[in-house]
Design a protein. Structure first.
Ligand code: ADP
Ligand code: MG
Length: 411
């Protein structure tokens, strides 16, 4: 996808509207993971350095009723951003109106304004989430140009991304560019061998991903809860493990069309109760008991998956290998983190909200080529879909720098 980049904009002294994805987890008023804020810093710092007037906005959570407003205010996020930037962030607690307009009009170069959660506009008629044309136009009128750095919302067509982009000169920010490069290009043109690892709870969430990756990948290693639907489809007893009965036929047809690319677990960690400190043992599929459920991949499977990963040049991972929220069943997910961290010659990419959270929580934030900030967006990208938040941005300028140009674009 060849979209206009940050450097293609003439930002000095201009009011630059920047859609970021600051939809971070907040528990009791405390941000528990600031990855999305951290990843947006390069774009923000670039604009500050280039003497733009930087106007930031994001959604946070969902706003359905009055009570949702206060707990989804972006003021906490503005404070954290201020700490990370080491610079004042002027937070305006409105999404429109004279106070916001004045704050923007009074900005000096390199100053930062952030306005309130864009979804405050959902309270009255879902204006943000339904891409109300008047709202997109109004927000666009507040600035001179638009930068979209919110990959996490790129699969949605909202007023704060698509709406603004259709009214203003628009470009992709650094984070968006990075996501397009690592999630988009990697899947479209992977360096081979390309191995995908899929897990998570349900097959039904990932059917599109499996089907698209089967076209591109050399191998697909399947762990997590979704493996059991495949195992049951093959006729194994899976006890009380998570299973989608209505997807058994689909699982069979996926396996039939996979040309041996799909690798399933050979052993699993089983327990009788779904809880943190339940007793557990390692079982093969052949000796799993009626009253047992599998909550993680076993040691032989870890070995097998590592063998399959050997020599891979591209690895894309979506979905944890087990119920990593319980330490007893986190070993498979951790082993995959470790295996990928040690693959120095490969591009290693995580796309998926829970898998990204697991890797970061286990201390592997810096160990991958890229950990996507988009849950749903990366999933749709892995399905091979186009993302409206990306499509709506201006196309890259034609290159006029001659035959020898080594810029990152096609002639
Ligand atoms: P991602 O967000 O990375 O795409 P998913 O949302 O598809 O991943 O799946 C994550 C969830 O899958 C986790 O909450 C995890 O506990 C659950 N899960 C993984 N393995 C199992 C299993 N064997 N049984 C039940 N749930 C599982
Ligand atoms: Mg998830």
């Amino acid at each position: 996808m060849n979209k206009k980049a940050l450097e293609d904009l003439n930002v000095k002294g201009k009011k630059v509207l920047v859609r970021v994805d600051f939809n971070v987890p907040i528990i009791d008023g405390v941000i528990t993971d600031d990855n999305r804020i951290v990843q947006a810093l390069p774009t923000i710092k670039y604009l500050i350095d280039e003497e733009a007037k930087v106007i930031l906005f994001s959604h946070l959570g969902r706003i359905k009723k009055e009570e949702d407003l206060a707990k989804n205010s972006l003021d906490v996020v503005a404070k954290r951003l201020e700490e990370l930037l080491g610079q004042k962030v002027n937070f305006v607690p409105y999404t429109r109106g004279i106070e916001l307009e004045n704050a923007i009009n009074e900005m000096k170069n390199s100053e930062v304004v952030m306005f309130q959660n864009t979804r405050y506009e959902d309270l009255d008629g879902k204006k943000e989430s339904k891409n109300d044309p008047e709202l997109g136009k109004y927000w666009a009128s507040l600035g001179d140009m638009f930068v979209n750095d919110a990959f996490g919302t790129a699969h949605r067509s909202h007023a704060s991304n698509v709406g603004i982009a259709s009214n203003l000169e628009s470009a992709a920010g650094y984070l968006m560019e990075k996501e397009l490069k690592y999630i988009g290009d990697t899947v479209a043109n992977p360096q081979k061998p390309f191995v995908a690892i899929l897990g998570g709870a349900k097959v039904s969430d990932k059917i599109g991903v499996i089907e698209n990756l089967l076209k591109k990948a050399d191998k697909i290693l399947i762990g997590g809860g979704m493996a059991y639907t495949f195992m049951k489809a093959l006729g194994y007893n899976i006890g009380t493990s998570i299973c989608e009965e209505d997807k058994l036929d689909l699982a069979n047809s996926i396996l039939e069309n996979a040309n041996g690319k799909i690798v399933l677990p050979v052993d699993v960690v089983v327990t009788k109760e779904f809880k943190e400190d339940a007793e557990y043992r390692v079982a093969t599929y052949k000796n799993l008991k009626e009253d047992e459920m599998g909550l993680d991949i076993g040691p032989k499977t870890i070995k097998l998956f590592k063998k399959e990963l050997k020599g891979a040049k591209t690895v894309v991972w979506n979905g944890p290998m087990g119920v990593f929220e319980f330490t007893n069943f986190a070993k498979g997910t951790e082993a995959i983190c470790e295996a990928l961290a040690n693959m120095k010659d490969a591009r290693t990419i995580i796309g998926g909200g829970d898998s990204a959270a697991a890797a970061i929580q286990m201390g592997y934030r810096e160990k991958f080529t890229h950990i996507s900030t988009g849950g749903g967006a990366s999933l749709e990208f892995l399905e091979g879909k186009e993302l409206p938040g990306v499509v709506s941005l201006d196309d890259a300028l034609e290159c006029d720098c001659g035959e020898d140009c080594d810029h990152d674009h096609d002639h």
